[in-house]
Ligand binder design. Structure first.
Ligand SMILES: *Cc1c(COP(=O)(O)O)cnc(C)c1O
Length: 293
């Protein structure tokens, strides 16, 4: 696994006199490119080494994690089963999942909430045997996911000051934190939670990392560019993303990466970055998030 690093030049990066590079995680695989595969890599190794039959996970009906788990487990010879939050629906994500033989079980919202509190309910709700299935929490929030993401930092072979990512569960951010501690003396992290008031994610990140968590590596972590919540958008924002695509050929999804790039641009215009700064931003994929926009 080694995703390309691409220079990304626009009138606003030029004006701010910064260098922006994209680490194209979305190029890792046509179907599940992005950070989800990094997160699943060691989880799948672990499940295989424990002779598990399959992966059991959970998520919303539009979850990229569900899609990636289905595709990757099929490739690696594991079965997959997902508990999907809410009433039965049909959409592209779930069709792709089922095409890769993922079994879906729809779970009422209150039961799903209980599952978040008590992961062992996953086995009851799905009816599968705990000794045969490996459980992955929502969004792949798992210590082995951190290990997989950390590796990508070792692939960045230029000097840089800042490493940025969009954050959903914060697992990717946690992986980058471990990665910079291993592979970069100086790089500072920037996180763009895509949820309203997403700063709470830092607590989840801290509990995932334990003593590896260090505030000194965090330069910026704010949901000021979340546009009011998960999947919330507005016309100016969507137009901006379409214009960026026209100018640069790079399409950012509106749910995750779009918010990061919208935020990076605003920060550049605000003079946040010293002139001459080099920023590496992850492109985590998710372009299917444009469906229906
Ligand atoms: C899941 C996802 C994220 C968020 O990753 P976390 O590790 O949950 O923070 C970012 N971008 C895309 C495209 C995703 O699918």
């Amino acid at each position: 696994m080694n995703s390309p690093l691409q220079s990304f030049i626009t009138p606003w990066t030029y004006k701010a006199q910064v260098q922006l590079y994209l680490k194209r995680e979305d190029f890792l695989h046509p179907e599940y490119g992005g950070n989800k595969i990094r997160k699943l890599k060691y989880i799948v190794e672990e499940a295989l080494s424990q002779n598990k039959k399959g992966l059991l996970t959970c998520g919303g009906a539009y979850s990229n994690h569900i899609r990636a788990t289905a595709v990757y487990s099929a490739e690696r010879g594991l079965k997959s089963l997902a508990l999907i939050r809410g009433e039965e629906v049909d959409n592209e994500t779930l069709q792709v999942a089922q095409h890769h033989h993922m079994q879906l079980v729809f779970v009422p919202r209150d039961a799903y909430r209980a599952l978040r509190e008590n992961p062992s309910l996953a086995f009851e709700l799905s009816g599968v045997d705990e000794s045969e299935w490996y459980y992955i929490p929502e969004g792949g929030h798992h210590p082995l996911a951190v290990k997989g993401v950390a590796e990508l930092v070792s692939e960045i072979d230029i000097p840089y000051h800042y490493l940025a990512t969009a954050c959903g569960t914060g697992t990717t951010f946690a992986g980058l934190m471990v990665g910079v501690q291993h592979y970069s003396h100086a790089a500072q992290l920037m996180g763009f939670p895509v949820l309203n008031k997403g700063e709470f994610l830092l607590e989840d990140i801290q509990s995932l990392l334990g003593e590896t968590f260090t505030k000194d590596r965090i330069h910026y972590f704010s949901s000021e560019f979340a546009l009011g919540g998960y999947a919330k958008t507005h016309t100016e924002y969507l137009t901006f993303l379409r214009d960026v695509e026209k100018e640069t050929g790079v399409l950012f999804d509106p749910i995750y990466n779009g918010k990061m790039i919208w935020g990076l641009k605003a920060l550049m215009e605000r003079g946040f970055f010293p002139k001459g700064s080099t920023i590496v931003a992850l492109h985590t994929g998710g372009q299917q998030g444009w469906a229906g926009k």
